[in-house]
Design a binder for this molecule. Structure first.
Ligand code: FES
Length: 73
């Protein structure tokens, strides 16, 4: 069973929710805050939230932006 770590306790935002927001196009902490409330209160989660958002985009980039390899004729 996969469990998701809470990143923002004030707003009950999990790592999984940040990955989902990244998949839906959220690219910055301010967008993430508008979308989920993450980092909108005490702000102590801001660094971790940005790190998780960056990691989510890196993972998506590795998964979806691999260079095409020319096919053999
Ligand atoms: S822990 Fe995220 S705003 Fe407080």
């Amino acid at each position: 069973m996969y469990t998701s770590m809470y990143v923002c306790i004030c707003n009950a935002v999990t790592e999984k929710m940040i990955h989902q927001a990244a998949a839906e196009g959220v690219r910055s902490l301010s967008e993430l805050t508008r979308r989920t409330g993450c980092s909108g209160d005490c702000g102590s989660c801001a660094d971790l939230a940005e790190e998780v958002l960056r990691a989510a985009h890196s993972r998506r980039q590795v998964r979806f932006n691999l260079p095409l390899v020319a096919q053999a004729a």
